[in-house]
Design a protein around this ligand. Structure first.
Ligand code: ARG
Ligand code: ZN
Length: 875
């Protein structure tokens, strides 16, 4: 049964202290959990503890052995204890089997190390507990282990004791002085190499910093460590927030369901977001490491010191913390590059989620499996909502709100409303309409019309499966008008550049000289909405040429490409119905004016002096997934061809431009530094277009020798991707090379699996079979599964959407196996299939029959059940 946000009730009991001991063993770990409990609601006489997949051993209440069915009852989801007192000491013993825990939730043991993941509801797989975020307790943790080769036995907080027992076992005791919810508990035990450093906080606290990695990888831990120090400094400078313990530990593990986890004082990371050296990590990896290290660090205040009252409030910590890590990255690297990345995530993934069966507000109302709600909506749209507050209240006003939020709620478990209230009170603002962003799902559409002497803006909020009735939202829209000469003018009443659309419709009157102007709209993606304005191709080029903002120029380029792809898609439809036409002649898809618009775009790029990263971004066509959301009754293979046709036309049109830019490249030894990142980004885009242009002329390329010369992973991957798209023989040769060089490195091999999985080739499914038998692949490792099967389902359009349905069937067969092993990962991989209802009927019914087959599987997880039932109900 699903839980509803409205059903929240405070806990009947609290747990003040936890004294928990572990005697570690892979097959049978003994857990002894001593808790001081206090009654919170008088009259309650049953304490209902959560517990899943635990072997109960015994319960003592105030030192007396309790009797089953008299003092307590056990059931599948926990333990009910009869407790008609205000205070009690409970001692519960149970055992668990970490080696058999393939879900990677709770305590698990894999490749020689123990590790935990408790968010959201994993602590109940370790011991019986009130596993909810509004129960805050002080923890003392004892770890006993008889294997001396496990050099580190770690938990949250400060280490109190580390002793060798008489029987040869080792005992380590930790204490965390900060009260915390169970989801922030962590335990790690294993053998690692350790990188040590220190940071002195603005309050003068000397903090020991430690990064633990697999042995032999110490040289790959430096970037993570320096990222951590930057994040610590940034949070002090930007928000006045300093670290609050004497020790901060980060452990990198190869088996992890997500990116990383902010456990108090002991972050656990997916190793791919820690390890980096130029030889094996790309610029993108370096960027992601810096941003995720910062994200987890920032959680110490937004998440840990102030936590969530219940899981419906997840965006309280995640939306806010994503916003904070975004601002950090903007300061550390290129603000524009960051913003474009963020917007791509919204348009490519979040809009699709909001248009599909899983549509939910950033603060969901109903949840069956909480793990299903760590979504792009809660995280990324959540961050966009915080960003709008930041825009509306100004940075200084936002800071005042943050200060008040911490002054009021430090040490508490609170709600999204509490956060907005602090923002309101600190700024004397009225955010009552703004708050609808928390409760309303779906992507608003803002239609713009240029009428005689005014601009008319209209917002539409279409019903979503979860919500039939919608209200008008409070939408900050950054906009301006370009006159015919290309001069840019503000037009909102206060001339601040941002117009707030708060009604269904509004108008802005225009002075005469702007009545034939061109609007520049939603600059910097000032709100998470779609814009509908019928630009002509020439108007788009006008924006590209004359808008001051590089963001607006990039956005114009994306509009131009989408428009051209739409034209090709529609003309392919005509061709499908006309047997005599020549489908292969893609020049016929476009008329002279349309081809000219692309020529003009390239000409502009050639004469303007834009930074490398802007040029690179402008030369990127929107992804298939971004475009797909604009279509109803989508025929994926037709969109795929239209996308490919425009790509080829762009390659031909940009041929000289790319050649010149490639010649200009001055290759220096690898350094992760913004100007170099920009240069390499441009290289990657140009080389791909260049090779595509050559292959259309039937000419060879020099990818093989360029690859041989590349000294870093960023360039190597750029060349591999170029080959994958334009020269499959070169690709195959390079992939063999790559495997020889990196076959031993699990983190790097994920890139290799992903490249294989996304290659456009007819025998892709038998290739996937072979790859699943590769010695580096394991169905139990989420990184491998995501790299191979995830990449195929998300990004191999041709193979996944094969007209005979074989791609869909392949993924569903795989999910049937994976669901029993790791439902959380299965539930991520199924995402592309949930878009079923957006496809043309033939594709839709192929997907539907596969999903129905999966739905009838025995022992289906809650995770898949929730998504499948919603998807199939909608069809
Ligand atoms: N709190 C973690 C983070 O955002 C992610 C936890 C994801 N948990 C989950 N069950 N999917 O850094
Ligand atoms: Zn987070």
């Amino acid at each position: 049964v699903a839980k509803r946000r409205d059903d929240y009730r405070p806990s009947d009991f609290f747990i003040d202290t936890v004294d928990i001991s572990f005697i570690l063993s892979p097959e049978n770990t003994e857990v002894c959990n001593i808790m001081e409990v206090t009654r919170n609601i008088s009259g309650c006489d049953i304490l209902k503890l959560d517990g899943e997949q635990l072997n109960f051993v015994s319960l003592m209440i105030n030192g007396r052995l309790a009797k089953e069915n008299i003092d307590y009852t056990l059931h599948e989801n926990g333990l009910d204890i009869n407790l008609d007192v205000d205070h009690a000491t409970l001692e519960i013993k149970n055992t668990i089997s970490p080696i058999n825990n393939t879900s990677l939730e709770g305590l698990y043991y894999v490749s020689g190390a123990y590790c935990t993941q408790c968010e959201a509801e994993g602590f109940r797989k370790i011991t019986y507990f009130l596993d909810r975020p509004d129960v805050l307790s002080k923890y003392r943790v004892t770890i006993i282990c008889d294997r001396p080769e496990l050099t580190y036995l770690l938990s949250n907080g400060n280490k109190l004791e580390d002793t060798l027992l008489e029987d040869g076992r080792r005992k380590v005791v930790w204490e965390d002085p900060h009260r915390k919810p169970a989801y922030l508990f962590a335990l790690v035990a294993g053998h690692f190499d350790r990188l040590e450093d220190s940071f002195t906080t603005s309050e003068g606290r000397e903090v020991l910093l430690e990064v633990f990695v697999d042995s032999g990888r110490l040289h790959q831990a430096g970037h993570a460590m320096s990222s951590l120090k930057k994040a610590m400094k940034w949070d002090e400078d930007t928000f006045g927030l300093a670290y609050d313990l004497d020790r901060y530990m980060i452990v990198a593990v190869d088996f992890f369901n997500m990116g990383a986890m902010e456990n108090k004082g002991l972050n656990v990371f997916n190793s791919k977001f820690v390890l980096a050296e130029p030889k094996s990590a790309t610029d993108e990896d370096y960027f992601n490491i810096e941003s995720i290290i910062a994200h987890e660090y920032f959680h110490n205040w937004t998440g840990n010191r102030v936590t969530c009252r219940d899981w419906f409030q997840l965006s309280l910590k995640e939306g806010l913390t994503v916003f904070r890590d975004q601002r950090f990255s903007e300061d550390m690297s290129s603000a524009l590059g960051c913003r474009i990345k963020q917007v791509k995530v919204m348009r490519e993934h979040q809009f699709a989620e909001d248009a599909g069966p899983m549509s939910h507000p950033i603060r969901p109302d109903e949840v069956l499996e909480m793990n299903n709600f760590y979504t792009v909506t809660v995280y990324d749209k959540g961050a966009e909502v915080i960003r709008m507050l930041h825009t509306l209240l100004t940075p200084a006003g936002f800071r005042r709100g943050m200060d008040l939020y911490f002054a009021r709620h430090d040490g508490q478990a609170v709600t999204c409303d509490d956060f907005v209230q602090a923002m309101e009170d600190a700024n004397d603002a009225n955010l009552s309409q703004f708050k609808l962003w928390y409760s309303q799902s779906g992507t608003p559409e803002v239609k713009l019309a240029l009428e005689q002497n005014q601009l008319r803006l209209t917002q539409t909020n279409k019903p979503t499966p979860d919500q039939a009735v919608k209200q008008a939202l409070y939408i900050p829209i950054k906009l301006s008008m370009l006159d015919e000469k290309g001069l840019e003018h503000t037009v909102d009443e206060e001339h601040l550049g941002t117009f707030v659309l708060s009604q269904e419709a509004a108008t802005i009157s225009l002075p005469e000289r702007l009545q034939h102007g061109v609007p520049v709209i939603l600059t910097d993606f000032s709100a998470p909405v779609k814009i509908d304005y019928q630009y002509t191709l020439d108007e788009i080029l006008h924006v590209l040429r004359f808008a001051q903002s590089h963001y607006a120029k990039w956005d114009a380029s994306q509009m131009l490409y989408s428009r051209l792809i739409r034209l090709a898609y529609d003309s392919n439809e005509d061709n499908d119905n006309d047997n005599n036409s020549d489908n292969n002649n893609d020049n016929n898809k476009y008329n002279a004016g349309q081809i000219q618009s692309l020529t003009n775009l390239i000409e502009y790029l050639e004469q303007a002096t834009l930074p490398d990263d802007v040029v690179a971004q402008i030369l990127c066509i929107p992804s298939f997934e971004t475009l797909a959301i604009e279509y109803t009754q989508l025929n994926p293979s037709r969109l795929q061809s239209a996308h490919q046709e425009l790509t080829l036309l762009l390659a031909r049109t940009a041929k000289d431009c790319c050649e010149r830019r490639l010649k200009e490249q001055r290759v220096l030894p690898y350094r992760y530094e913004q100007s170099e990142v920009n240069r390499r980004t441009l290289f990657a885009v140009c080389i791909r277009l260049h090779v595509l242009a050559l292959s259309q002329e039937g000419k060879g390329n020099d990818l093989l020798s360029a690859y041989a010369q590349a000294d870093n992973m960023t360039d190597k991957l750029a060349l591999l991707k170029a080959a994958q798209q334009a020269d499959i023989n070169a690709f195959d040769a390079l992939m063999i090379d790559f495997e020889e060089e990196f076959g031993h490195d699990a983190v790097v091999m994920d890139k290799w699996f992903a490249l294989h999985a996304t290659a456009p080739r007819d025998d892709i499914l038998s290739r996937l079979d072979l790859l699943q038998a590769h010695s580096q692949y394991s169905v139990k490792n989420p990184n491998k599964v995501r790299a191979l099967i995830g990449s195929f389902a998300f990004y191999n359009t041709q193979g996944f959407h094969a007209a005979d349905g074989s791609g869909y069937k392949y993924v569903v067969d795989f999910l049937m196996k994976l669901d029993a092993i790791n439902p959380q990962v299965a539930s991520r991989i199924i995402t592309p299939l949930l878009q079923m209802n957006r496809y043309e009927s033939t594709y839709k019914s192929l997907i539907e029959s596969q999903l129905s087959r999966l739905f009838t599987q025995k022992n289906l997880s809650k995770d898949l059940f929730e998504k499948l039932s919603k998807t199939l109900a909608q069809s």
